[in-house]
Write a protein that binds this ligand. Structure first.
Ligand SMILES: NC(=O)C1=CN([C@@H]2O[C@H](COP(=O)(O)OP(=O)(O)OC[C@H]3O[C@@H](n4cnc5c(N)ncnc54)[C@H](OP(=O)(O)O)[C@@H]3O)[C@@H](O)[C@H]2O)C=CC1
Ligand SMILES: CC(=O)[C@@H](O)[C@H](O)COP(=O)(O)O
Ligand SMILES: [Mn+2]
Length: 414
């Protein structure tokens, strides 16, 4: 939470984010548990590990249903165990890993066991609210968490950060903007910060009119101009709901109120995040759009390791441009700010309704503009019914998540 005293602003950063000791190592190696190893973040993480075999060992890798991808991942990094959330794939995974010595398990409890096994750091890279339970389980064990799953903070940010604090879990932000801000804030006096700025690419429809956006296809929406990411976050980038989630994420990570969290559209995605200090200095972190940089920063923190990304060539880029976001064409962004003001029940509902609506769009059951319209209608309906008034426990979060999903599913059919 933010604490304001006159003009000075206290951030949660020094206490919570990256505030604890560096993750525990065994024999000079950091043992990792990678949740969501088959996804875009998971694969970038594996790339860093295979290039630094002396530095990292892998205790566990997990996925949802993709047994082939998970078996490949486990073999590639010599994981001790591989775990599928969906128990149906257990037999196939066991066959694929027969004779390797890699342990095999399946089911949600097995994913939680992987999250709480004897690892120094958990890479939280499951997509969606499904990542909340295993990541929280790791938090309760006081693990260092390389947090990609922003939904943990959108759904349950206050509870999540309180638990991290209580159990001494170190939260290292993987999300590129938050990682940028973490890098720029590190070792600085947070009281001297005026505001932080998250950059947004503007997505594939940055220059389209509302009328043009009405008929865009899932294929067009999935074509992010700069980043290669999973489906859900790619669609969220196209609606700019992703940036709304990131404002909520930054609020919980850095304890800043909404009015000190700004979004700036920057189509080149070269500047990832900025911190404005009270003396007028504006500090930025820059790099090519490649998630291996922020992931490596978290895995090696507080050190830095070599990563073979393409380097940012400013002369080749020529110019960097910035513009204010357009809340009329991208109403998801102001909607997320409003949900943040309403509270955790509203942000949990925002995520749940969005998960349902994005899925409906990808299945061609609704149009692109319907995504945000359905999320908004879901939140308004819950608010009118008095269902967004309080959220004091994970049980409450799951209840509002369920209610929002049911409403959004209904709205996606009508
Ligand atoms: N991709 C990026 O560049 C960035 C991503 N993030 C965040 O990181 C997270 C992961 O994103 P991304 O890698 O793009 O997503 P992907 O869709 O590429 O990968 C998702 C991973 O989660 C697993 N998974 C999906 N559903 C479940 C479930 N119900 N239970 C357990 N595991 C599940 C998938 O397994 P399977 O393969 O079997 O389906 C896969 O391993 C998201 O929260 C996203 O917002 C943040 C910043 C950047
Ligand atoms: C890579 C990353 O961190 C994504 O969250 C990215 O920011 C998405 O791009 P947008 O800026 O278009 O949302
Ligand atoms: Mn991001």
């Amino acid at each position: 939470m933010a604490h304001e005293h006159g003009n000075s602003l206290k951030l949660a950063v020094p206490r919570k984010v990256g505030a604890q000791a560096a993750p525990k190592q065994k024999h000079g190696q950091l043992r990792l548990s990678i949740l969501g190893a088959t996804g875009s973040i998971g694969q970038s993480t594996l790339d860093i590990i295979t290039h630094n075999p002396e530095r990292f060992a892998v205790a566990a890798v997990t996925a949802n249903r993709n047994a082939h991808g998970l078996a490949d991942a486990a073999i590639r990094v010599g994981a001790e165990r591989a775990v599928l959330a969906d128990a149906e794939g257990y037999g196939l995974l066991k066959d694929l890993l027969a004779g390797t010595g890699i342990g095999v398990a399946a089911g949600p409890e097995a994913v939680e066991e992987a999250a709480t096994c004897d690892a120094g750091m958990v890479v939280a890279a499951i997509v969606g609210a499904a990542g909340l339970a295993p990541t929280l389980a790791a938090v309760k064990k006081g693990r260092a968490i390389a947090l990609a799953n922003k939904e943990c903070l959108v759904c349950a940010g206050s509870l999540f950060m309180e638990m991290a604090d209580r159990h001494g879990a170190t939260i290292l932000p993987v999300d590129s903007e938050h990682n940028a801000i973490f890098q720029v804030l590190e070792a600085r006096n947070a009281e001297q910060v005026e505001k932080v700025i998250l950059t947004a690419s503007g997505g594939p429809f940055r220059d389209k009119t509302l009328e043009e956006m009405r008929s865009v296809s899932p294929e067009e929406a999935l074509k992010h101009p700069n980043w290669d990411m999973g489906q859900r976050i790619s669609i969220d980038s196209a609606t700019m709901m992703n940036k709304g989630f990131e404002v909520i994420e930054a609020h919980h990570l850095y304890g800043l109120p909404a009015e000190r969290l700004e979004v700036l559209v920057h189509p080149q995605s070269a500047v990832h995040g900025l911190v404005q200090y009270r003396d007028g200095s504006l500090l930025a972190q820059m790099g090519t759009p490649d998630m291996r940089t922020p992931i490596a920063h978290c895995l090696a923190w507080p050190e830095r390791i070599p990563v073979a990304t393409q380097r940012l060539d400013l002369a080749a880029l020529g110019s960097l441009t910035f513009e204010k976001p357009d809340g009329l064409r991208f109403p998801a962004l102001p909607l997320a700010y409003r949900a943040l003001e309403t509270g955790m029940a509203a942000t949990a509902a925002l995520n749940a309704a969005d998960e349902v609506a994005v899925d409906a769009f990808l299945r061609r059951r609704i149009g692109f503009l319907d995504i945000t319209a359905i999320v908004e209608r879901t939140i308004e309906t819950l608010e009118r019914a008095g269902d967004l008034s309080g959220c004091g426990s994970i049980f409450d979060v799951m209840n509002v998540d369920g209610a929002a999903r049911r409403l959004a599913e209904g709205f996606s059919r009508s």
